[in-house]
Ligand binder design. Sequence first.
Ligand code: ADP
Length: 184
Amino acid sequence: MLRLVLVGPPGAGKGTQAVRLAENLGVPNISTGDLFRGNLSQRTELGLAAQRFLDAGELVPDEVTVGMVADRLAEPDAVKGFILDGFPRTIAQADALSELLAEDDHELDAVVALDVPEDVVVARLLGRGRCDDTEDVIRRRQEIYRDETYPLLRHYGHLLLTVDAVGDIAEVTERVLTALSSRT
Ligand code: ADP
C-alpha cells in the first residue's frame, strides 16, 4: 500500500518515472496530463473544456481537474494505492487531495520531488516535440511551476523525498526506490 505524489518541473521525467515506479510498486499510475490528453482525443466534454488551457500551458481550472482526479481515485484499482503524476500542482489542489483522501481515512505516504536544473528540462522538452511543447508554452509551464507548484515542496516538508533526477532513466528510478525504502 503506497499513496505517492511525484512533483517536479515539466521535463523532469515525472511521466517516465511514474510508469516505471507504478510497475515496480504494483500500484496504478495516475497522470492528470494523460487523463486530459485522453479526454481530448476522445473529444469528451471535459477534454473540450480543458483544451485551451492545455494549448496555452495554463492550469486547467480546479473544478475540472479536482473532479477528474476524484473520479479516477474512486476506481477500484486505486484502493491499493497510487502514484499521482501532475497532481497536485497548487496548494489549493493539495488541500483538495487531502480532503478527498480523508473521506476514506487515508492520507499520503510520501511526496517525491524530482530535482533537475531548469536549463536541463527546457532542453529536454524542446527535443520531445509534444504539441504543447513550443518554446513559449514551455516557458509558461516553467513559470507556473515556479510560482504555483514549487511552493508545494515546503508544504509537504514532512513527507518530502528529494531525488536527483539528472542521470539515466533506470538510475533515477533506483534512486527513488532507495529513497522510498529508507524513509522513516
Ligand atoms: P508537463 O509536466 O510537461 O507540464 P503534463 O502532461 O503533466 O505535462 O500536463 C500538461 C498540461 O495538462 C498542463 O500544462 C496543464 O494544462 C494540464 N494539467 C495537468 N495537470 C494539471 C493539474 N493538476 N491542474 C491543472 N492543469 C493540469
